[in-house]
Write a protein that binds this ligand. Structure first.
Ligand code: ATP
Ligand code: MG
Length: 360
């Protein structure tokens, strides 16, 4: 049985482990702060559920293994500066940007990027953390503690946000999941819907863009590309060299989930084009206490991460797959009654997207 060590032991690592079981691949999420050093064998494989990690005895041991797949891609994509350089080098559209160094002034930013620009920490930002808006009409200046550790990019007035996830094997075969419409609230992914017929015309473009990245990096496994849609154009927002929250719906709604695709690719099990089973919806559970009633909703597939509930923390998700009748909306309505009020607009957004191709 082949063994795949996963750097990190959060929910992504656990979902990878879950997906590897039917492949007869032993996946072992690893606590990077553990005292016990994993007993790696030469034929084992190493992957990661996160793109950035501190040096610890465990991560150092894992990073020394010759079969750490995509090892050098992680740091390159974890730093927004080198990620942006990669996008530019490959000629992929991304919001125009600059490095925030000692000499950059807010006046220069407004002149070159426009009246709204977003500073993002080069590393460590997630779920909207590590961001700072510069607004000319408010006279915002660049705070000193943002210098030499951030980029700044043009604020994009996008129509909507979406993401695509793809997978590539060692031979260079590539497969893609359909574009997923996403709802971010305060910078945090809250819900997603896929596939939407009205986005089909953008699919070839999205696949070509992500395909170029996968091939350009000689990448093996699953990668996610978050995009802004502006009219008929896709602008890359950011990349993640790992399985991604925007494709959690594939657990319920695709013949091969993103987690299984990743494990197949890194373990050398053949890939296949995932077949999508209807229309899928995912709602993230953010800081919401577990409610046993979710499991009683017909069509709902709750996935609870088993973490301590803290405000805003991702503690689970619920997926629905549309079976072609009214059950999806019924299920969502039922869920709405069980969730706190702040989810109402989220469920409304999802229902609008499902029912009539909402574009907001
Ligand atoms: P993640 O948790 O997905 O890694 P993040 O916090 O690292 O997120 P981004 O995805 O870059 O950061 O930004 C979070 C959200 O902020 C985006 O989904 C989008 O809604 C908004 N945003 C980011 N960049 C821009 C931009 N250039 N113009 C307008 N809005 C933006
Ligand atoms: Mg993002």
């Amino acid at each position: 049985m082949s063994k795949v060590w996963i750097l990190g032991h959060g929910q992504l690592g656990n979902m990878l482990k879950h997906a590897a079981m039917p492949l007869s691949v032993e996946a072992i999420p690893v606590d990077i702060d553990a005292k016990d050093i994993p007993d790696l064998q030469p034929q084992d494989v190493v992957t990661a559920e996160r793109e950035l990690w501190p040096d610890t005895p465990v991560t150092e041991k894992l990073a020394q293994h010759p079969n750490f797949i995509n090892l050098h891609v992680f740091s390159r994509l974890a730093d927004r500066y080198t990620q942006k350089q990669l996008l530019d080098d490959l000629g992929l559209a991304t919001s125009p940007w600059k490095l925030v160094d000692d000499s950059l002034t807010a006046t220069q930013v407004y002149a070159e990027l426009g009246e709204r620009a977003l500073m993002k920490r080069r590393t460590g930002g997630y779920d909207g953390r590590g961001q700072f808006w510069l607004k000319q009409y408010e006279g915002t200046e660049i705070p000193d503690d943002w210098r030499n550790e951030a980029i700044v990019e043009q604020g994009i007035n996008f129509d909507e946000e979406m993401a695509i996830v793809g997978v590539r094997d060692r031979q260079g075969n590539k497969f893609f999941y359909p574009l997923t419409l996403t709802l971010q609230v305060d910078g945090v992914l809250t819900a997603s819907v896929a596939p939407l017929p009205r986005l089909t015309m953008l699919q070839p473009k999205a696949e070509a863009m992500l395909g170029k990245l996968l091939d350009g990096l000689d990448y093996v496994g699953v990668m996610a590309m978050e995009c802004f849609r502006v009219d008929d154009e896709l602008i890359v927002n950011e990349l993640a060299p790992r399985v991604h929250n925007t494709a959690h719906w594939t657990q319920a709604g695709a013949s091969v989930s993103q987690f299984e695709s990743h494990m197949r690719a890194v373990a050398g099990v053949p890939l296949a084009q995932p077949q999508v089973k209807g229309l899928n919806v995912m709602i993230n559970l953010l800081g919401t206490p577990r409610d046993e009633r979710w499991w009683a909703i017909s069509g709902a597939e709750p996935y609870w991460y088993g973490k301590e509930v803290r405000e805003g923390r991702k503690v689970g998700h619920i997926t629905f797959t549309h079976s072609g009748d009214k059950s999806l909306i019924q299920g969502l309505d039922e869920l709405k009654e069980q969730l706190p009020e702040r989810y109402y607009q989220v469920i409304d957004w999802v229902e609008a997207a499902v029912e009539g191709g909402s574009d907001a």
